[in-house]
Design a binder for this molecule. Sequence first.
Ligand code: SF4
Ligand code: SF4
Length: 384
Amino acid sequence: MEASKPRIGVFFCDCGGTVEGLIDFDELEMHAGSLEDVEHVERDRFMCSSDAASRMSQLAKAHDLDRLVIGACSPRVYEEEFKRAAELAGINPYMLEIANLREQVAWVHSSDREGATAKAKDALTMAVARSRRMEPQTRPPGAYVIDERCSGCGICLSTCRHDAIEMKVDPWTGKRVATVDPISCLACGACVAACPSGAMDMVGFSNEEMTAEIDTFTEGLLDSKEPFPAILVFACNWCSYPAADLAGLKRMQMEPKFHIIRTPCSARVDPEWVLRALSNGVDGVLVLGGKDGQCHYEGGNVRTRDRMMLLTKLLRQIGFDPQRFAIDWVNPDEAATFRDIVNAFIERVERLGPNPLRAPSEEERPTSALFHGRDDYVHPPYRR
Ligand code: SF4
Ligand code: SF4
């Protein structure tokens, strides 16, 4: 049976006027309405109020929506409330995506309305693309194993620092298969990024959702050297993402040359995502985790460091300048550190110039073993 088409409702909040004027909401609403599978667009003043939640639920029912995208404050502020509002509308709470238009767009770029509006449009496009890939979930947030793909290698077992993974032997086939205990799993995603067989996924930050965001951000970059620089930042929910929120809250001004993708832990960042982004034309990728002793998952950042050191070597081998990639550490209260690291990375990438895969002339075409030329390079489907 053919799957039914997604029916997405986009709801904007102007946070009681605190972001009004900083982003062109009329343009944003028009843009939202033009996106695939968006059935309804609405703007409200306080999406976090109970009145707005019940209005949203009535509209969701009236328009038969099956998923919601909310353009508002940071997901760290009202995500749980918005999930409850989705449930009120009969929508699975995992079919909700929040574009952080307040702290990480309007406030941190408040001196550049045009740039902030363009960035808000991109953030919304990414959120809608992610929403289109969402599946209703009944499992709790956390990792799970797709048994038929599991090779029994046990890498996930040695990656998990929370004793949430066990290897079991199938009594019928004798095959070793990993299983995740949903009670012990803290949903950091480190094991999902480590599995070499694509046999793990997770509820909340699934492979499909994350790659949808990356692919949407990078769409069209290979065909043009503009906009430059295109920079992707992976920020973890507990340390670097709150630092980015705080930079907005303090109205620190940054140029809108970077986009943040939130991950539960920096260890959720799959090296394949970095390769995917760079081979799709991104000019630079920055991974930001929490400092030692601060990681919410107790050592997720150590996993990240080990993995990303290897990735740096790999980048060199396949012909990418490893300076296009960086990893750094920020604690949640270090807004200025966040700003300084991102600004320094932007400057570094600007000095390097555009990713050589972007619209190269014949002389500029890379000749590395992997990229014989962008026309020859086809992404493998995501680990299927
Ligand atoms: S890392 Fe992947 S393939 Fe290896 S045991 Fe775990 S789930 Fe299976
Ligand atoms: S998501 Fe994190 S806590 Fe859960 S099983 Fe994987 S590594 Fe362990």
